[in-house]
Design a protein around this ligand. Structure first.
Ligand code: BG6
Length: 517
């Protein structure tokens, strides 16, 4: 596996950091859907505009919906313009990019569609020289994953020669399975057809600059590691909040729920990066080994005391800017008596020498007051209150906030003396902002980095099978219990609040509070 320079990739203007992938064809299954238009194609265009894609590359959109090449290009053009800032001076490069897009409609549950796909890819190879390299991207509903994988195997499209002269890779969107059993089954199907090094299980949070920077922050600096442990850290909070509701995804969400949609993947990935040990080298296997070790060390959640470790909620109807927002149960394709959670808070412990007895509080939800993802490290209080005689009765513990999005950056809260003749103390903040330091905000979708990584074969930022397995091993018992409990234990909250009141009570029972976001 080639050593990664994924982190350096954040600077596309630096010639020495560029990785131009070999020619290739990217085949997107589910190309008429939301993901292709909102994220994948805009991200590919971002790379194209930054001269990070080879001239000989093409995209083949696959789906049941019928589109001509022109109609597909038009739809994708709208997506690029809507989700990426495109200036008039970019129009030529956008047109050149769009000419690389093709569409092949068909019933991809049948063998014939793959025969057609194979011929089209061979034709494109001949015309444009994609070099026989193929990157298959599964952007479909999860139920289709096994079908596509098996057909790719049967049609020979998954094959790649031993000597590595050309590649065939598969990128699989989350959720990978819906519980431990189904994830293992899916993994068996996938690994019967593809070798692990051909498989890229994507978690787009890992492509976010701020998330990649966690490793640099922790292991590229000498001063933080010494206090990154139970001696100095009281607890850690990871919050991923969203203002949006279902946005037409009610059908998917009914099957998933908050924990499967956000915690099993994004939030646990963040946790593993915060808690992992330094890998021996900066290379995919070493980094993924350390992440898996964190997952292995997480204490199983005790079901007999579940309410001490987990809270779940669902949003009711409410108002926002004079607009009536529907309750989750009134969203399209959602059952009026649904017990699917749209909010969850969990407490987990990483049982190892570094983190013994340090709680990690995880919180995520839809229809919360704002879109914000933040990790906060709450340090222990100063051991002795030196300033008692001065009227200061307590001082705030230090806090490090990692702003994953928006306002990407970090801030450290520490105490300072208020200028004046008396000894008064109050917390102040030291800030680092990407925009200020680097003159630009990170790319918008996080897919840019990951698509490029999958094209160059760098799997460091992708989820390995053992991580997926361990994440499901932790969460499946909780999800099963919630399913059995149905309405019992499900709390409700109004849109624009930070979840049900039970969530506050949950952390306050431990003598702590949710970090204000
Ligand atoms: C996706 C979830 O993985 O992440 C969505 O399926 C969620 O429900 C999205 O809205 C959030 O991603 P981001 O990058 O906007 O924080």
């Amino acid at each position: 596996m080639a050593e990664s320079n994924a982190l350096a990739q954040s600077l596309p203007s630096g010639a020495e950091t560029r990785r131009i992938p070999d020619p290739c064809a990217i085949v997107i299954f589910g190309a008429s859907g939301d993901l292709a238009e909102r994220k994948l194609i805009p991200a590919l265009y971002y790379l194209w505009r930054a001269n990070l894609l080879p001239e000989a590359f093409c995209v083949v959109g696959c789906g049941k919906t019928h589109f001509t090449n022109e109609a597909f290009r038009e739809k994708m053009k709208n997506g690029v313009k809507k989700y990426l800032s495109v200036q008039p001076e970019d129009y030529d490069s956008l047109d050149a990019f769009l000419r690389k897009l093709h569409y092949l409609s068909g019933d991809y549950a049948t063998e014939g569609a793959y025969t057609d796909l194979k011929s089209l890819l061979e034709q494109l190879d001949r015309e444009g020289g994609a070099g026989g390299n193929r990157l298959f991207y599964l952007a479909t509903p999860p139920s289709f994953f096994p079908v596509a994988v098996q057909h790719l195997g049967n049609s020979g499209l998954a094959e790649q020669p031993e000597e590595g002269t050309r590649y065939s890779r598969i990128v699989i969107e989350k959720p990978f399975g819906r519980d431990l059993t189904s994830a293992r089954e899916l993994n068996q199907i996938v690994t019967r057809v593809f070798k692990e090094e051909q498989v890229f299980r994507i978690d787009h949070y890992l492509g976010k600059e701020t998330v990649q920077n966690l490793l640099v922050f922790r292991f590229g600096n000498g001063i933080f590691e010494p206090f990154w442990n139970r001696r100095y850290i009281d607890h850690v909070q990871i919050a991923v909040a969203e203002e949006l509701g279902m946005e037409g995804r009610g059908g998917y969400y009914e099957e998933a729920g908050l924990v499967r949609d956000m915690i099993q993947n994004h939030v646990l990935s963040l946790l593993s990066l915060i808690a992992m040990e330094a890998p021996a080298i900066f290379e995919a296997t070493a980094v993924r080994d350390e992440k898996a070790k964190v997952m292995r060390a997480i204490r199983p959640i005790p079901l007999e005391r579940l309410s001490e470790f987990a809270v779940r909620g669902q949003y009711v109807d409410g108002w926002e800017n004079n607009e009536r927002l529907p309750a989750y149960r009134a969203e399209p394709k959602v059952s009026p008596s649904s017990t699917t959670e749209t909010f969850a808070a969990l407490k987990v412990f990483v049982d190892n020498w570094r983190w013994a007895d340090v709680p990690f509080y995880l919180r995520s939800g839809k229809r919360l007051p704002k879109r914000i993802s933040e990790i906060t490290i709450h340090f222990r209080r100063a051991p002795h209150l030196l300033f008692k005689g001065t009227g200061t009765t307590s001082i705030e513990p230090n806090r490090l906030s990692i702003h994953i999005q928006p306002n990407e950056g970090m801030s450290l809260v520490f105490n300072a003396k208020i200028p004046g003749s008396t000894m008064q103390i109050r917390p102040v903040t030291m800030n680092f902002r990407y925009e200020e330091s680097f003159g630009q905000s990170p790319p918008s979708t996080a897919y840019e980095t990951l698509l490029l990584d999958s094209m160059v074969g760098d799997s460091m930022l992708f989820t390995r099978a053992d991580f997926v397995d361990l994440a499901w091993e932790l969460l499946t018992p909780v999800l099963n219990r919630w399913r059995e409990d149905g309405r019992k234990g499900l709390s409700f909250y109004e849109p624009g609040t930070w979840g049900p009141s039970e969530s506050d009570a949950f952390i306050e029972r431990d003598g702590r509070q949710w970090q204000e976001l």
